[in-house]
Design a binder for this molecule. Structure first.
Ligand SMILES: O=C(O)c1ccc[n+]([C@@H]2O[C@H](COP(=O)([O-])O)[C@@H](O)[C@H]2O)c1
Ligand SMILES: Cc1cc2nc[nH]c2cc1C
Length: 344
């Protein structure tokens, strides 16, 4: 991924200043469009233009399984990952409905689903059939994590080649809130119990078990805080693919809309690998998963929406997308005070 990271340029803060100055000439009291103005400034910096474009967006859903699922840390069985991949391909999941609503190009990428996925329309980039159980051994080798990151970067490059001007990255993977909580606890050196939530909806009794599994895994892996090492030891193939996807989006100056908890942990890994990538991320929504607040704080991010959602798939990012569109429309379509003859 060194080649991708080497291409990431820091955004130009002077473009941000120009964008804010231009917004202040438009027919509204300065600052009255609130955080939509900050979003517009950010999109100008990402595209290095006062006329940014985000349409059409490309939704990419990365799917993979987790060895740690065998510890009983999810409310659902592992087969649901493959079954939902088939559902995505048929167009029946929440993300399909929301992607259609925003006119997105959509791609589903198998980076590590357990078992055979032979579903027309699903991209086969399987690195292995699920990660290893990180309670007993590293989830991935660093080479496997790198291969998944590359698959994520390639998916973003396909979206770009197909004409997308922004990307919405989502994931599907039973037990991936366990992997994400473990990665986050290692990166932030934060107590596990404060980060762990119900995921797909485990009962309170099982929550204590989930916390204990992660605490034991952290002690056993002893992986420190180096992001590539933490990702390989405790992460997931879909997490790694999202890391690669976020880095590739930054390398190509595409805004990437970050979804919920799992996507934000992947975003944090990407930013730890390359701090300049942070400026290319737009945070879509605040997930109900408790760890999300900690990931967002570490990223100094305030998401656009807070709808108490905890689905994943890119669903919260897709719902936030019309706000990016609105920020572009404000820059493109609003009259200035001078042109409209409005006194100030
Ligand atoms: O994105 C989120 O914030 C989010 C929060 C909780 C659960 N999920 C989804 O639920 C699955 C993981 O939950 P679990 O309980 O199996 O770890 C996975 O497919 C995620 O997409 C997603
Ligand atoms: C049905 C179902 C759909 C999902 N989408 C993302 N994670 C999910 C988990 C489950 C269980």
């Amino acid at each position: 991924m060194h080649d991708v990271i080497a291409r990431i340029e820091p955004v130009d803060f002077r473009m941000g200043q120009r964008a804010q100055a231009y917004l202040d000439t438009l027919t509204k009291p300065p600052g009255s469009l609130g955080r939509l103005e900050a979003l517009a400034v950010s999109l100008c910096q990402i595209g290095d233009t006062l006329a940014p474009r985000v349409d059409p967006p490309g939704v990419i859903v990365f799917a993979a399984d987790h060895g740690v699922a065998e510890e009983g840390v999810s409310a659902f069985p592992q087969e649901v990952t493959a079954q939902m991949v088939a559902n995505f391909a048929r167009g029946g999941a929440a993300i399909n409905a929301f992607a259609r609503q925003v006119g997105a190009r959509m791609e589903v990428v198998d980076v590590g689903v357990a078992g055979v996925v032979r579903v027309p329309g699903v991209i086969d980039a399987k690195v292995r059939a699920g990660t290893r159980n990180f309670l007993h051994e590293d989830a991935m080798t660093e080479a496997e994590a790198l291969q998944a990151m590359r698959a994520g970067a390639l998916a973003v490059e396909r979206a770009r080649a197909a004409g997308c001007h922004s990307v919405i990255l989502g994931e599907m993977g039973i037990a991936n809130t366990t992997a994400s909580s473990a990665v986050l606890a290692a990166l932030l050196n934060h107590p596990v119990a404060a980060l762990v939530g119900a995921g797909t909806g485990i009962a309170r009794e099982r929550l204590a078990h989930k916390i204990a599994v992660i605490e034991r895994a952290l002690a056993a892996r002893g992986c420190g805080r180096e992001p590539a090492r933490v990702l390989a030891a405790l992460g997931g193939l879909e997490l790694a693919a999202m890391v690669g996807g976020f880095l590739a989006a930054a390398a190509h100056r595409l805004p990437a809309v970050v979804d919920g908890f799992i996507a934000s942990v992947a975003a944090l890994v990407a930013v730890r690998l390359c701090p300049a990538a942070r400026a290319y991320l737009v945070f879509g929504h605040r997930s109900a998963e408790p760890g999300h607040a900690h990931a967002l704080e570490a990223l100094e991010a305030i998401p656009l929406l807070a709808l108490d959602m905890r689905l994943g798939e890119g669903s919260g990012a897709a719902l936030a997308f019309p706000l990016l569109r609105a920020a572009c429309a404000m820059l493109r379509d609003m009259a200035t005070f001078d042109a409209a003859g409005v006194a100030r």
